[in-house]
Write a protein that binds this ligand. Structure first.
Ligand code: SF4
Ligand code: SF4
Length: 96
C-alpha cells in the first residue's frame, strides 16, 4: 500500500527522533518515492524498519530497494566511501 503521509510512524523512527527533522522522517521518504531521488535523504536511515511496525496502513516505503538502487548507481556518502577506502588500504575502518 502507498504511504498516505500521515506521519504516525515518525515517533518510532530513530533518525527522526534524533534529528527532529521532517526531511529525515519515513514520511519524507514515502513522499519521495516515484519522484526525483534525493540521495542524502535515503542514506539518512538505519534500515531498522520501525516505521513498518507503526504504520496503520502497512505502507511499503521500499527503503531497502531505494538504498540498493542508489548504491548500485554508485551513490554513497563520502564518510561511507572513506570507511571502505580505509578498510582496503589499512585493513580497518579508522582514519589514521
Ligand atoms: S527504516 Fe529508516 S525511515 Fe524507517 S524507522 Fe528505521 S530509520 Fe526511520
Ligand atoms: S509510512 Fe505509514 S505511518 Fe508513516 S507516514 Fe506513511 S502512511 Fe503514515
Amino acid at each position: 500500500m502507498k504511504c498516505v503521509e500521515c506521519g504516525l510512524c515518525r515517533t518510532k523512527c530513530p533518525v527522526f527522533r534524533a534529528t527532529m527533522k521532517e526531511t529525515a522522517s519515513p514520511r519524507a521518504k514515502g513522499m519521495l518515492l516515484n519522484r526525483e531521488m534525493n540521495e542524502k535523504l535515503f542514506f539518512f536511515c538505519t534500515l531498522c524498519g520501525m516505521h513498518e511496525q507503526e504504520c496503520p496502513y502497512c505502507a511499503d516505503l521500499q527503503i531497502l530497494k531505494q538504498r540498493e538502487k542508489l548504491v548500485k548507481s554508485g551513490a554513497t556518502l563520502s564518510r561511507a566511501r572513506q570507511i571502505v577506502d580505509n578498510i582496503k588500504e589499512h585493513g580497518h575502518p579508522f582514519t589514521l
